[in-house]
Design a protein around this ligand. Structure first.
Ligand code: ADP
Length: 391
C-alpha cells in the first residue's frame, strides 16, 4: 500500500515537474521571442531615430557642423555642404582641409579659449557676395571634458543686401532732396541780397525756384507712392478699363509737354478692356509716355499700341524714336534711382522713381514689364495685364 502510494506520489511529482518544465520552457520561448521582437524594435527605433535625425539636420536652413575632439568633421548637414558647394565626403577631415578658410581656423581657436563664440560674420570669397554668421560652442561631457565643437552657420546674404539697399535708398533720397533744396536756398538768398530789385532777374530766379519746388513735390509724391506700393498698403480697385480711352486721356494730360518738343502722340491701341485699377494704370501709361517724350528725339513720335495675346492676356507698348537704352541698362532702369544719364534725367526734372513705380503697379496687377531698345534709334517699353474677365 505504502509502495503504491509512493509510486503514485512520485508519478504525480514527475508529471508536475515535466508539466511545469514544459510550461517554463514555453514561457521562456515566449520570453525569448518577445526579447527578439523587442531587440528588433529597439534596433528599428534607433534606425528610425537616426533617419529622423538625419532628415531633421538636412531640413535645417542653418548649416550645421559637428567636430570631434580632434577637430575632425563628425557630421555636416546638407545646408552646410550647399553653403560651401562641397561635393566630397567630409567625415574625418579637418575644416581647413575642406574649406581652406583660415578665418574659420582662427574662429575655432577662439572657441577653444572662450568656450563659445556668437555672431561671428564671415564673407565668402566668391564672385557673388555671400555672408554667413557663425555661432560656435565647445561640447563637453558630464565630467567637463571637451568632446567636440558645434558650429551653426546662418546665411546673412539677403539681410546684408537689404541693409545695403536701405542705405543706398536713404543716401539717394537725401541727395535728391538736397540738390533742389540748396538751389532754392541759394536763389532765395540772392533775391534777398538785392536781386529782387531787378524785375527781370527776379522773375528768372523765381522760375528756377518754382521748378525746383515742383521737383521736390514730384519727388515726395513718388516716394510716398513707392512706399505705399512696397508696403502693400495700396489696394487696387479693379474695374473694366478701356485702354484706348485711357491712352487718349494720358495724351491730353501730356499734350503741352509733347507740343513743346514737337512730338506727335499716336494712339494705336485697339479698344481693349483690362480688369485693372484705372488710376494706377493711368500712372503706368503716364510715366511711360512722359519718359518717351522726355528722352525721345525732338520732332519725333511716341506710339502707344497693344494687342490681346493667345492666352487672353493683354500686351501694351510705348515706343519712342529717341537714343534708346544700352543693353546693360535695360533691366536696371526699373531700379529705384537708376538713370542711364544722370545729368539728362535731372535736367528733365526726373525723380528716378518713375519706372520703379511702373514695375510695382504692373506686378500688383499680375503682369510683367520690360524694355527693348535698338541703340541710337528707339526704346520700347512693354507691359502685360493678365487675361480679363471683364466684358
Ligand atoms: P527718371 O525720373 O529719371 O526719368 P525713370 O525711373 O522714369 O526715372 O527712368 C529711369 C531711367 O531710365 C531714366 O533716367 C533714363 O535714363 C532711362 N529711360 C527711361 N525711359 C527711357 C526712354 N524712353 N528712352 C531712353 N531712356 C529711358
Amino acid at each position: 500500500m505504502w509502495f503504491f502510494f509512493f509510486i503514485v506520489t512520485l508519478a504525480a511529482l514527475v508529471a508536475l515537474h515535466f508539466g511545469w518544465r514544459a510550461k517554463f520552457l514555453a514561457q521562456q520561448n515566449l520570453a525569448t521571442s518577445e526579447m527578439d521582437v523587442f531587440q528588433k524594435q529597439t534596433q528599428q527605433t534607433s534606425v528610425d531615430a537616426k533617419a529622423q535625425q538625419q532628415i531633421l539636420f538636412n531640413s535645417m536652413l542653418e548649416g550645421l557642423l559637428l567636430l570631434d575632439r580632434n577637430k575632425k568633421i563628425y557630421l555636416a548637414n546638407r545646408a552646410f555642404t550647399e553653403f560651401f558647394n562641397l561635393k566630397t565626403e567630409l567625415r574625418g577631415k579637418t575644416l581647413v582641409e575642406v574649406l581652406r578658410l583660415h578665418e574659420l581656423d582662427g574662429l575655432l581657436q577662439r572657441v577653444e579659449t572662450e568656450q563659445q563664440v556668437f555672431g561671428h560674420e564671415i564673407k565668402l570669397p566668391e564672385l557673388s557676395e555671400r555672408w554667413l554668421q557663425v555661432n560656435a560652442a565647445v561640447i563637453t561631457n558630464s565630467t567637463g571634458e571637451r568632446e567636440g565643437t558645434i558650429l551653426v552657420f546662418h546665411d546673412l546674404t539677403r539681410l546684408k543686401q537689404l541693409e545695403r539697399q536701405r542705405e543706398e535708398f536713404v543716401a539717394n533720397v537725401s541727395h535728391e532732396l538736397r540738390t533742389p533744396l540748396s538751389l532754392i536756398k541759394g536763389y532765395v538768398e540772392t533775391l534777398l541780397d538785392g536781386a529782387r530789385n531787378n524785375p527781370e532777374v527776379a522773375e528768372r530766379f523765381l522760375k528756377i525756384i518754382e521748378r525746383n519746388t515742383n521737383r521736390l513735390d514730384f519727388l515726395i509724391q513718388d516716394l510716398l507712392t513707392i512706399s505705399s506700393l512696397e508696403s502693400g498698403r495700396m489696394k487696387l480697385e479693379l474695374s473694366p478699363v478701356n485702354l484706348h480711352s485711357l491712352a487718349e486721356k494720358v495724351f491730353g494730360d501730356l499734350a503741352a509737354k509733347a507740343e513743346a518738343k514737337k512730338t506727335s502722340l499716336i494712339n494705336e491701341l485697339p479698344e481693349l478692356i483690362a480688369n485693372g485699377d484705372v488710376n494706377r494704370l493711368d500712372q503706368v501709361l503716364a510715366n511711360l509716355v512722359d519718359n518717351a517724350i522726355k528722352y525721345g528725339g525732338a520732332n519725333g513720335a511716341v506710339i502707344v499700341g497693344g494687342k490681346k495675346l493667345e492666352n487672353g492676356a493683354l500686351e501694351m507698348f510705348v515706343r519712342d524714336d529717341g537714343p534708346g537704352i544700352p543693353p546693360e541698362s535695360l533691366d536696371r532702369v526699373f531700379e529705384r534711382f537708376y538713370r542711364v544719364d544722370k545729368a539728362r534725367s535731372r535736367d528733365q526734372g526726373g525723380t528716378g522713381l518713375g519706372l520703379a513705380i511702373v514695375k510695382h503697379i504692373v506686378h500688383a496687377h499680375g503682369g510683367e514689364v520690360w524694355a527693348e531698345s535698338e541703340s541710337g534709334k528707339s526704346a520700347t517699353f512693354f507691359f502685360t495685364l493678365p487675361a480679363t474677365t471683364a466684358a
